[in-house]
Design a protein around this ligand. Structure first.
Ligand code: GAR
Length: 203
């Protein structure tokens, strides 16, 4: 199994999905480190309860020196022998230092069908725009936020009576299927496609 790290800032439900996937004997990854920029991120306790190695590198003492913060993170990733990094609700903008250091080896999950709705408040914006199809994307991280080669997407319908919270919950359920599937695809490109990840079109 290939050693990966998961970077979080919050509750870590996508991290949990990756933990569960990695528990399967035939899954090609194992989690070497869960790292948060927030020492109080609820996801850290979840990772610890699962017996995983955790660390936090609080961004606040770095006083806006984003690259110095990233150098501290990068040193921990290397020390842990990590080969690939999964951003899972990691809510810091990255500088070219970290994106360059992990180019082609860093994944992100974003709660929209990119290139639609990069950035924040994706569900509110999807509802305001009136799209009928929304979803989530796993992509390789580049210097440009919420950009980079798309590894996989999952789509959900937008209902007429949706609220941002209801839509977010529907997307999040798909995020939890998509992220492990996309990670497997990156680590095992020639593996068979999971039939459960066939794309869907909603009218
Ligand atoms: C997820 O919906 C993820 O797609 C989103 O934050 C949430 C984290 O939830 N990520 C971004 O918005 C990145 N810009 P989680 O902590 O329960 O996985």
């Amino acid at each position: 199994k290939r050693p990966i790290a998961i970077l979080i800032s919050g509750r870590g439900s996508n991290m949990r999905a990756l933990i569960d996937a990695c528990a399967a004997p035939d899954f090609p990854a194992r989690i070497a480190l869960v790292l948060s920029n927030r020492p109080d991120a609820p996801g850290l306790a979840v990772a610890q309860a699962a017996g995983l190695r955790t660390a936090s590198v609080d961004h606040r003492p770095f006083r806006g020196d984003r690259e110095a913060h990233e150098r501290a993170i990068d040193a921990m990733l290397r020390e842990a022998g990590v080969e690939l990094v999964c951003l899972a609700g990691y809510m810091r903008l990255l500088t070219p230092f970290l994106t360059g250091a992990w180019s082609g080896r860093m994944l992100n999950i974003h709660p929209s069908l990119l290139p639609a709705f990069p950035g924040l408040h994706t569900h509110e914006r999807a509802l305001a725009t009136g799209v009928k199809l929304h979803g989530c994307t796993v992509h390789l991280v580049t210097e440009i936020m919420d950009d980079g080669p798309i590894i996989g997407q999952a789509a959900v319908p937008v209902h007429a009576d949706d609220t941002p919270d209801r839509l977010a919950a529907r997307v999040l359920r798909q995020e939890h299927h998509l992220y492990p599937a996309a990670l497997r695809k990156i680590l095992d490109p020639d593996g068979a496609d999971d039939p459960a990840t066939e794309s869907l079109l909603f009218l």
